[in-house]
Design a protein around this ligand. Structure first.
Ligand SMILES: N[C@@H](CCC(=O)N[C@@H](CS)C(=O)NCC(=O)O)C(=O)O
Length: 213
C-alpha cells in the first residue's frame, strides 16, 4: 500500500491553497493508474524533526511504499510511473519523451513560475520576472498548438506535472495562451483529476473539523 503524506491543514478561503497543494499530483497519478493508496498527515503548524527527516525542507508531499521513502513531487511521480505503463510508456522513445517533459515542467516552467508568483504577492503580476515567465509560456503555447498531450502522443505523468504547474500559475490563464488554457481544461476534466482534487479539498475540510473539535 502506498502512503501519500500531506499536511493536516492548510489555510482555506479564496486565496488559500486548497485544491492546489502538491499532494494532488500524487493522488492524481495513483487515480490514473488505479494504484492503491492511503493519505496520512503531518502537522502544518509544528514541523518536527520527524518531518524534516522525511522531507529535508519541511514541505510536503512525500511518499512511502512499503518502507521506501521518496520526497519531491517530481521524484514521487517518476517513482509511481515505474509502476504503471499508464503513467509512462516502457518503450525507450516514449519513456525519454515523458522524462524530458516531466523535467521541463519542473525545471523550465515551475522554476520561473514559482518565483514569479512570490514576486506577484508584493510587486503585482507585471513584476521583474514577468518577461521571463511570458517567454516560457509563449513557447509552451506554440508546443501545444498541435498536440493533445505533451509527451509520447498520449496522456502520461508528464501531463500531470505540466498541467498542475499551469494550474498554479495565474499568468497562464491570460488571453495570450488559449492552447495552454485548453490543455489545462482537458487535463482537469479527467475523472482521475477530479477525484484527486475533490478528495484533497474534503481532506482539508475534515482537518478544519478536527482542529475546531
Ligand atoms: N519542490 C517541492 C515543493 C514542495 C512544496 O512547495 N510544498 C508546499 C505545499 S504545495 C509546502 O510544503 N509549502 C510549505 C513550505 O514550503 O514551508 C515539490 O515539488 O515537492
Amino acid at each position: 500500500m502506498l502512503t501519500i503524506w500531506t499536511y493536516d491543514y492548510v489555510p482555506g478561503g479564496e486565496n488559500g491553497p486548497r485544491g492546489l497543494v502538491r499532494d494532488l499530483r500524487l493522488r492524481w497519478a495513483c487515480e490514473e493508474a488505479a494504484l492503491d493508496y492511503e493519505v496520512k498527515t503531518t502537522p502544518f503548524d509544528d514541523r518536527g524533526s520527524d518531518h524534516f527527516a522525511r522531507q529535508p525542507f519541511g514541505q510536503i508531499p512525500f511518499l512511502e511504499d512499503d518502507g521506501l521513502k521518496v520526497f519531491e513531487s517530481g521524484a514521487c511521480l517518476l517513482y509511481l510511473a515505474k509502476k504503471s505503463e499508464i503513467l509512462m510508456p516502457s518503450d525507450p522513445v516514449g519513456e525519454a519523451d515523458t522524462l524530458q517533459w516531466t523535467i521541463a515542467a519542473l525545471n523550465s516552467i515551475e522554476m520561473v513560475s514559482v518565483p514569479w508568483m512570490v514576486l506577484n504577492w508584493s510587486d503585482g503580476p507585471d513584476n521583474g520576472l514577468a518577461g521571463w515567465l511570458d517567454s516560457r509560456l509563449a513557447r509552451m503555447e506554440a508546443v501545444l498548438a498541435d498536440r493533445e498531450w505533451i509527451a509520447a502522443g498520449r496522456f502520461t505523468v508528464a501531463d500531470i506535472i505540466m498541467a498542475d504547474v499551469f494550474r498554479q500559475t495565474r499568468r497562464a490563464d491570460a488571453p495570450a495562451y488559449p492552447n495552454i488554457r485548453a490543455y489545462k481544461e482537458r487535463a482537469c476534466a479527467r475523472p482521475a483529476f477530479r477525484k484527486a482534487h475533490d478528495d484533497q479539498v474534503a481532506h482539508f475540510v475534515e482537518g478544519d473539523r478536527a482542529r475546531s473539535g
